[in-house]
Design a binder for this molecule. Sequence first.
Ligand code: AMP
Length: 415
Amino acid sequence: MEFQGFNLHPLVAAGVKAADYDTPTPIQAQAIPPVLEGRDVMGLAQTGTGKTAAFVLPILHRLMHGQRRQVRALVIAPTRELAEQIHESINSLGKQTRLRSVTVYGGVGIQPQVEKLKHGPEIVVACPGRLLDHISHGTIDLSRLEVLVLDEADHMFDMGFLPDIRRILKHLPGRRQTLLFSATMPQEIRHLVREVLKEPVTVQVDETAPAVTVSHALYPVSQHLKTPLLIELLQRTHTASVLVFTRTKQRSKRLAEQLGKKGYRVASLQGNLSQSRRQAAMNGFRDGTFQILVATDIAARGIDVTRVSHVVNYDVPGTTDAYIHRIGRTGRASRSGDAYTLVTNEDTDMVRAIERVLGKPIERRKVPDFDYNASALQVHTECGRLQRNTSPVRRPDGAKNTGRPWSNSSRTRPA
Ligand code: AMP
């Protein structure tokens, strides 16, 4: 299957060529034809499969004919980052089409959005809350809407957006095409599908299995040794760009600080940041200014960083779906990637559950010569937190703590 087979409008096909896409990904091969036919589509696909282009391309094709300067397509996404990424895909794939897309989300001033909406974009990419604000202020006209996309529907449900979505639906024309994409299908999303999609075509790529190009490894370690082990892994592995996941915002912030002190170019992405700082962190990671991005699941949702070479689960995710989502960010669209997970004894149940989803055991790895028996006190000293507490710390080998990295003198680093 080639992109030519879709007979996309030449100006849209030019966008595909400019993006350097050779062949459609499986979700694109399955979804583009029914979307072009005007059918409702339910796409079961995780991030990293090429699902954005699977709906963006046929929408651009459709909008090439018909009225301009009115909102004809609306994409609803759970996070600002995902909204920005979809908007960027529309802009790059639709560069030649002169169709305009506007993003609408909270955490930034509403007035610039109002101004942009006045200019009559054909496509709006929105997060639910701010979109409702515009609807209630009458600053968006959705009466000419032809296509609605609900992207990452399961995340919208996780984040409590389903009531907002239902409110928004009441303001949309009933005669429209609706596309819904979700990596998983919880009961609530099945209900939503039944409510809003008409005789949908279901397209599916690997409901639960992650991208095949990702290789997985577990690194068993004590909780207090996670940071030194991560640093050790970073030193020993050729890592182009690394996305590190932590369980909480505080852990994300602290880990980023610790890695920064070790000289890594690192940013943290967590909910407490202002929109401009989030954007700066994301852009810096994308353009290589930061080699490492430390994030929580919520903050990292929808991140499209095409060349993430490694995902490190500093903390095991809370669900198997979260694991799939996290590692969906490496090995994207057939590039290869590695997923490392640091696991403690308490994570055994979750590890088993993840292995069930993967359908095979994950390799356990030990970092050779790493001091798995170092005490918490040594680690704190190493991380610079107890540095002012001058009592000398004895190392397990009996040598006096020198203040230098505690692992260096007692072992040799492999070449
Ligand atoms: P998505 O799942 O939509 O977030 O896309 C994942 C990544 O794959 C994005 O960086 C896209 O630019 C890229 N991509 C999408 N479709 C293709 C394709 N047909 N060939 C190569 N890369 C693609």
